[in-house]
Design a protein around this ligand. Sequence first.
Ligand code: FES
Length: 449
Amino acid sequence: MESTDADYLASLASILVAFVTIIFLLHRAWSHLSRTEPDKITNSITITSLKNPDLTVSKEPEIPEGWWSGREVFELERRALFSQTWLYLAHSSQFKKPGSYQSFDISGFPVFLIRGKDDKIRAFHNVCRHRAYTITRKETGVSTVFGCRYHGWSYDTTGRLVKAPQFDDVPGFDKSRNSLFEVHTHTTDQGMVFVNLNSGEPAAFDSLVASSLSGFARIAGLEAKSAWLTGQTLSGDFNWKVGARTRHLDVYTSELHRRMSEVSAPSLVMKFIRFITRKSTREECSLFPITVIYSFQGAGLCLALSFFPASESKTHIRYDVFAHSTVNEPDIRKISEVLQSAAKNLIVEIELEYQSISAKQRSSSELNNTDTRQLLSRLQEHTKLERIKGEQILPAMHKPEGSTLFQKADQFKCFGFQLRLTILLIYSSVQRARLCQRWVAERYFTKCT
Ligand code: FES
């Protein structure tokens, strides 16, 4: 009798599990099937109104409303600035061997840099060409093949699609037309890697930036073979423009000084701190709009500090330290620990300042800053072009390729995939319920019979 009850209860449980699983997975499968447009990176920019009067073109630049926390200003910055400006991302020494990669988020555009088997450093949009799933699995790592976890498409280090399970026989499907979207890169003689997200032909790399960089690198001793020591990406709740004000470095360096006086530091670290805190021995090179690179004369070290906007009120801070010569492991660990602690304190400082200035929204004193004026003029120029065209201009947009036939087949394949997954999960849940039923019956009911 008890055994029959147990059978009944376990069967009921397995039916319930299977029923809930069916409903859930069919709902997911149906959402995919009924979606007419696949998620492409091109759809990630929201179309917003062009009617904000503060963004109109005027002779005198002025700080528009929402400068520090407005979504509309941020979207305009994405189109006018981050989608078509050469941005410093990393140094070649950060990519030690073929397959070394690093992922970035540039104002909502996921991008990764990778050293290929041919030793060339390339950049790609970090989205699968099938349904825009993220390709890299970590922020940094080494891999020569990237398999998308969603449906198994795989790419090599040149972005070429090498495997697309079950798609080879789909009419209209062409692997060679489904490589990852490549991003323009420019690597300077000193090994500094810049990217430009413009999907068309970007502006040539600024020769003025190139020459000031080469002058700086000569002083700093930064070269393609410099050694990357340490680096990290941290996040803070503030607008990137607040972080990018270089005066924050003073907060950063004084914090470094304070932290270092608390520890009995190795000589190299003390040397580094001594130089980093002395402005007279500090050289800097501002790479508009998000990076400043510092060299500390005599210390043989360089520090790159970048502010990558994630949204209008969130920013990722990336710092990297480079050395002219080999540094031992304990020194690297100490430098890393101190920099991390100082960067966290820097974030707290910037967040406090952000809270205070975002309440004011506008401040004409901002116009004294050269970077702000340059940014304003870029925004105004772009707004003017959009007004002439009568619609938003999205320079980073890639036009989706592929035939309608392929897209229909793709949806069908995906439905098939979801269906198989559903069946598999139902099967495994029924099996699990049976096992559970047997386990319960053996332990609790057989003894009573
Ligand atoms: S989203 Fe990458 S394989 Fe489908």
